[in-house]
Write a protein that binds this ligand. Structure first.
Ligand code: ATP
Ligand code: FE2
Length: 320
């Protein structure tokens, strides 16, 4: 069976095509803001302008008659962007006369990670722009055991980078700067049980920049502090849930230092650390296609009436 998935909750408009065994193709049309962060209306205008061309390009590589199912990211995400994606998905489903299925974006990050790494029941650290959560399966659902009390780690990195004059997305630029950090500057470390917070860390780092500290040292100190917090809560979740596997997913999962710290933590407790290839860490259409296919094979389908967007859709709401 072949599924086409459309992702477009925020910055990346992407279509993926998969079958049960492999990713057949992924094509991206990212929105890159000229300055500042992601503006919801501008991002949705971008998606609306390029979606037709993107679909045509995909269909030039795989004929539409071969597609059995269309999946789309139903939420969470930016409302105006979600509406473009849902409209395109509905149109394809009606035109090709194939089933439609709405997918939770966070669920899709988890499922593609599990698929690519071949891990069945891990603790998942999901770190992206908008989200930072510790997730694991219990009682037929994914549940969030801990999460950020304010902004996601990716947004925190992007915000700090912007403050230091670097262009969006800031995560990779902070990673690069941090490699040349020499001095650890003390920053607030905020963990409460399995929850954590980043906004105070951003403000404190901005103050260091105003005080004239080197960008490299700030980037290094920020990463060490924030990633230690994430490693601590991941370890606590593994201990409480008595699970030995940790899976890292989401765009910030591309960060090598974060992976290194989590790997050391897992090895220290004789557990296993997993991370999918970088191209499947950030938002991509394949994760939506794959999750949609899995749900469909379990008997799930979304009617046109149920295909409204869900900007605040939480992973706990998904029945597995
Ligand atoms: P979500 O809706 O799941 O929150 P998203 O829209 O934030 O997703 P993702 O592609 O999952 O999209 O994540 C993007 C984030 O990842 C950005 O904040 C970006 O700065 C960050 N990022 C990308 N590469 C790196 C890296 N190497 N190190 C740190 N952060 C990174
Ligand atoms: Fe994402």
């Amino acid at each position: 069976m072949i599924a086409l998935g459309i992702e477009g909750t925020a910055w990346n408009l992407s279509i993926g095509v998969v079958d049960e065994n492999r990713v057949i193709l992924v094509e991206d049309r990212p929105y890159i803001p000229k300055e500042g962060g992601i503006h919801p209306r501008e991002a949705s205008q971008h998606h609306a302008e390029v979606i037709g061309e993107l679909i045509r390009s995909v269909f030039s590589k795989i004929p539409p008659q071969k597609i059995d199912l269309v999946a789309f990211s139903q939420g969470p995400g930016l409302g105006p962007c979600l509406r473009i994606v849902a409209t395109a998905a509905r149109a394809l489903s009606l035109k090709l006369n194939i089933p439609l299925i709405g997918v939770n974006h966070c669920h899709a990050h988890v499922e593609i990670g599990r698929w690519m790494c071949g891990v069945s029941d891990p603790v998942v650290l999901y770190v992206s722009g908008g989200n930072s959560q510790i997730i694991s399966k219990k009682g037929g659902r994914y549940r969030v055991f801990g999460e950020t009390l304010d902004i996601g780690i990716g947004n925190a990195l992007d915000k700090l980078a912007r403050y230091m004059g670097l262009q969006h997305p800031g995560g990779p630029k902070i990673e690069k700067l941090a490699k040349n950090g020499r001095k650890y500057l003390k920053l607030p470390y905020v963990v409460k049980g399995m929850d954590f917070s980043f906004s105070g860390l951003v403000t404190a780092s901005q103050k260091l920049y105003d005080r004239g500290e080197r960008k490299e040292d700030i980037a290094y100190s920020f990463q060490e502090t924030a990633f230690s917090m994430l490693a601590e809560v991941s370890e606590r979740a593994m201990a409480y849930l008595e699970k030995d596997d940790l899976l890292l997913v989401g765009g910030v999962g591309a960060n090598k230092r974060l992976k290194e710290m989590l790997k050391i933590m897992c090895e220290d407790r004789e557990g296993n650390f997993y991370a999918p290839p970088t191209e499947f860490m950030g938002d991509n259409g394949a994760m939506i296609a794959y999750t949609g296919l899995k749900l469909f094979l379990k008997g799930r389908e979304t009617s046109i009436d149920e295909s409204f967007v869900k900007p605040d859709y939480r992973i706990e709401e998904v029945e597995l």
